[in-house]
Design a protein around this ligand. Structure first.
Ligand SMILES: Nc1ncnc2c1ncn2[C@@H]1O[C@H](COP(=O)(O)OP(=O)(O)OP(=O)(O)O)[C@@H](O)[C@H]1O
Ligand SMILES: [Mg+2]
Length: 239
C-alpha cells in the first residue's frame, strides 16, 4: 500500500518539443526517500519527461507538483529553488575547472551555499575518488569520474528530488554498481531519486519501483523486485 507522502507527482503529463508531442498522459509518483527508475529503449521519451519536469522541454498538458505545490512549466530556476535538480545525460561540467570548483558551482542556491561544507562532506563520503581528485581539472577525469562529479554537483544543490538521466552511460558494470549504491545511500539520507535508464537490469536492481516507457507512454509500472522476478515480463519488454 502507498503510505509515503508524494514528493514528486506527474498527472496526465504530456511533453515534447513544439509542435511535436513526445510523451503522452504520463502519471508518475516518487515518494520521499524512494528511488524510482524510468526504463525504456532509445527514443522512448525518458529524457523528454525529465526535461519537461524541470521546464526545459515544452509541456502540452497535465501537471507536475512537488510536495503538493504545482510547478508545471515553471522556469528551471524556480523549479530548482523548489527542490528539483536534473543531472543531464551530457553532464555539462566546466572542463577547465577543478573537481571541487565544479562542486562549488553546484551549490549555487542560497540554502545550498549555506550548507556547502556539509554537502561537500556528503559527496566525498559517497564518492571518495572525488575527494582524492578534488584539485584535478574536470576534463582530465575519466568518464566514470566525470559521471560521478556530475551527480555529485547535483547533490550539492541540496535537492528534494534528484533527477538523473542515464547514470550508467559509458561506465563499466563495476562502476555502474558503485554509482547506483551511492544513489541508494543518498536516498537513505532523505533525497528522492528518479533516474532514466536504457540498462533495464541495472535500473530494476537498484530502484524501489519502475515505470516502463514505450513510445511515449507508460506501459508497465510496479515494484522493481516484482518486475525482475517475472521472467515473462522481462522477455516481453527487454527481449
Ligand atoms: N530537441 C528536440 N526536438 C525535437 N524532437 C526531439 C528533441 N529531442 C528529442 N526529440 C525526439 O523525442 C523523442 C524522444 O527522445 P528522448 O530523448 O526523450 O528519448 P530517450 O528515451 O531519452 O532516448 P535515449 O535512450 O536514446 O536517451 C525522439 O523521437 C527524439 O527524436
Ligand atoms: Mg535519453
Amino acid at each position: 500500500m502507498w503510505v509515503r507522502s508524494n514528493t514528486l507527482k506527474l498527472s496526465n503529463f504530456s511533453a515534447g518539443y513544439k509542435p511535436f508531442k513526445v510523451v503522452k498522459n504520463i502519471s508518475l509518483e516518487v515518494g520521499r526517500k524512494e528511488i524510482v527508475s524510468l526504463v525504456g529503449p532509445n527514443g522512448a521519451g525518458k529524457t523528454t519527461i525529465l526535461k519537461g519536469i524541470v521546464g526545459v522541454a515544452d509541456v502540452f498538458g497535465g501537471t507536475v507538483s512537488i510536495d503538493g505545490e504545482d510547478i508545471t512549466a515553471k522556469k528551471p530556476e524556480k523549479v530548482a529553488q523548489l527542490g528539483l535538480i536534473l543531472v543531464p545525460d551530457e553532464r555539462r561540467l566546466f572542463p577547465n575547472m577543478s573537481c571541487e570548483e565544479n562542486l562549488e558551482l553546484g551549490a549555487y542556491l542560497e540554502e545550498a551555499r549555506r550548507r556547502y561544507r556539509d554537502s561537500l562532506e556528503v559527496v566525498y563520503t559517497l564518492f571518495p575518488v572525488l575527494k582524492e581528485k578534488r584539485r584535478q581539472v574536470a576534463k582530465t577525469l575519466s568518464g566514470g569520474e566525470q559521471q560521478m562529479l556530475a551527480i555529485a554537483r547535483g547533490i550539492m544543490a541540496r535537492p528534494k528530488v534528484l533527477l538523473v538521466d542515464e547514470p550508467s552511460t559509458g561506465l563499466s558494470p563495476k562502476l555502474v554498481s558503485s554509482l547506483l549504491k551511492a544513489m541508494n545511500a543518498l536516498s537513505e539520507s532523505g533525497v528522492s531519486i528518479l533516474f532514466a535508464e536504457q540498462n533495464a537490469y541495472a535500473a530494476l536492481e537498484y530502484s524501489n519501483r519502475a515505470y516502463l516507457l514505450t513510445r511515449g507512454e507508460i506501459t508497465l509500472t510496479g515494484s522493481s523486485h516484482d518486475i525482475l522476478l517475472s521472467k515473462s515480463l522481462i522477455s516481453q519488454y527487454f527481449g
